[in-house]
Design a protein around this ligand. Structure first.
Ligand code: ZN
Length: 504
């Protein structure tokens, strides 16, 4: 089966075809850098990073552009509040965003153009639109004339007439109430750094035209994929299509891909945090705070556990439940390390062949076939409109197969070397498949506790107390220790008479 992709514009899932054979250009609307990002801002980058990795695996040469909106009303207001320039604000917020992307292993972004560095491209498109009579200057502003665009509204399924009632929104300078600004005249009180020269006087571009200009500059008139959150369909993407296609007379994007929005669920709370204040804090939590509390891989896994077009339920309880899922893999990898004295994270397996089990070096035929089957299931899910949730389900099956192999061959208490080699080979195969969506790139990092051995000393005391309790058959208190630690994201693991701990 070939790769199929859902297109918001056609409302259909269809075979994936690129503009240029073998090449894929992706544009994802990036952050407006006026305040710290929250979880919602990480969703698109995580999804498209997984998509890019998968497309590269499928043999495509991918160019992925994520813009930085550093010219916007919101920046002017916020910079004024903070008594700094819009550049200073933009640089600070961009640095914060990039650091978060790194922690989330969003490594695939090729270009991050800034709106402020593309004013010339923007002006050129506006001039073209005016020359074609699709746009008009009015009192220092320039507006796009929606009445000149026959298929305006095709992405969001809205018609111009539906907005005719919005007379109150109509500025005196507009021809139609739905006309949107391509260029905004500078206001006297605005800072000098946001005033750009143009044929229509000093001013700055509108948000929509910024994206069109940067997308077309780096990816040509027709992009393969244009992504963003569902909330961007109207007006942002509708207006991007209108102005880009009116300027170029070509389709702007072949696949419009919109991810579901993040909903903070205040009902499903874990027992330890059944506190409304905690949930409110969660809503306000910036991406930075979030990554101080959770490992980047957990957040990535959390996002990829839902199909990208569906809304993501975000709550402490949901993250907790995903942590348990992720732990299934970490426990397997620790087990393999213990049994085979080698890391599943090393020795990447080449996945160029459908039956990569041979390349992985799996000798047992049944085990090899079972692993190949789950790898195929993973790819079928990804081929079906990048169903990362289905792909992760295949990884779970894969992990179960490796665990079963370890148990059947009694590798925890000896076992033969060939069976151990197969356990290692199949776990490395699993890791290599998971890496196609950017999971298990590195071993999980214990989060730094910022002390020097004190936490470990305290943990050893707790582990010893718990062991004593268990000896005295006070399992209730022993379990209480384990559960309370788990509430605090510390996992205890009992293996052959020894207990280890880690922070998730
Ligand atoms: Zn955009």
């Amino acid at each position: 089966m070939g790769l199929k992709v859902y297109n918001t514009l056609s409302r259909e899932k269809g075979p994936f075809e690129t503009v240029v054979p073998g090449k894929v250009g992706i544009y994802l609307c990036g952050p407006t850098v006026y305040k710290a990002s929250h979880i919602g801002h990480a969703v698109g980058p995580i999804i498209f990073d997984a998509i890019k990795r998968y497309l590269v695996h499928r043999g495509y040469e991918v160019t992925w552009v994520v813009n930085i909106t550093d010219v916007d009303d919101k920046l002017i207001i916020e910079a004024d509040k903070q008594n700094c320039t819009t550049q200073e604000l933009a640089e600070r917020i961009t640095a914060d965003y990039l650091e978060a992307m790194k922690t989330l292993h969003v490594d695939g972004i090729d270009l991050m153009p800034k709106a402020s560095e593309h004013i010339g491209d923007i002006v050129a498109i506006i001039e073209k639109l005016i020359a074609k009579d699709c746009a008009y200057a009015s009192g220092g502003d320039v507006y796009f004339d929606v009445a000149k665009d026959d298929d305006y509204g095709k992405l969001s399924n809205r018609r111009i007439e539906e907005q005719a009632g919005q007379r109150d929104l109509q500025s005196a300078e507009k021809r139609n109430p739905g006309d949107f600004a391509l260029w905004k005249a500078a206001k006297p009180e605005e800072p000098a750094e946001v005033k750009y020269d143009s044929p229509w006087g000093s001013g700055r571009p509108g948000w929509h035209i910024e994206c069109s200009a940067m997308a077309m500059r780096y990816l040509g008139d027709t992009l393969d994929m244009h992504g963003g959150g569902m909330d961007l369909v109207f007006p942002h993407h509708e207006n991007e299509i209108a102005q880009s296609e009116s300027a170029s007379d070509k389709p702007f994007a072949n696949y419009w891909m919109h991810n579901g929005l993040t909903r903070v669920n205040t009902k499903k709370v874990s027992k330890s945090d059944a506190d409304p204040e905690m949930q409110a804090a969660l809503t306000r939590m910036t991406l930075h705070n979030l990554l101080d509390n959770y490992a980047g891989e957990l957040i990535r896994y959390f996002v990829l556990s839902t199909h990208y077009r569906r809304p993501i339920e975000y709550s402490e309880a949901e993250i907790d439940s995903k942590r348990k899922g992720l732990d299934t893999f970490y426990r397997l990898f620790e087990r393999v390390q213990r049994v085979c004295d080698a890391s599943p994270y090393e020795g990447a397996v080449s996945l160029t062949e459908p039956n990569a089990s041979a390349a992985a070096g799996i000798a047992t035929a049944d085990l090899a076939a079972a692993c190949d089957e789950q790898r195929a299931a993973f790819e079928r899910a990804m081929d079906d409109d990048f169903n990362t949730a289905g792909a992760i389900a295949a990884l779970f099956e894969f992990a179960a197969i490796v665990n079963r192999h370890i148990e059947q061959n009694k590798l925890e208490s000896g076992g033969d070397e060939a069976a151990k080699a197969d356990a290692l080979a199949s776990s490395r195969y699993l890791v290599s498949v998971a890496r196609l969506i950017g999971l298990f790139l590195d071993p999980p990092q214990a989060k730094s506790t910022g002390d020097d051995g004190l936490t470990d000393a305290v943990m050893q005391v707790l582990i010893e107390v718990r062991a004593q309790l268990r000896k005295k058959k006070d399992f209730e208190t022993a379990d209480l220790i384990r559960d309370r630690l788990a509430d605090n994201k510390i996992t205890l693991e009992d293996r052959s008479g020894e207990t280890s701990w880690r922070v998730d």
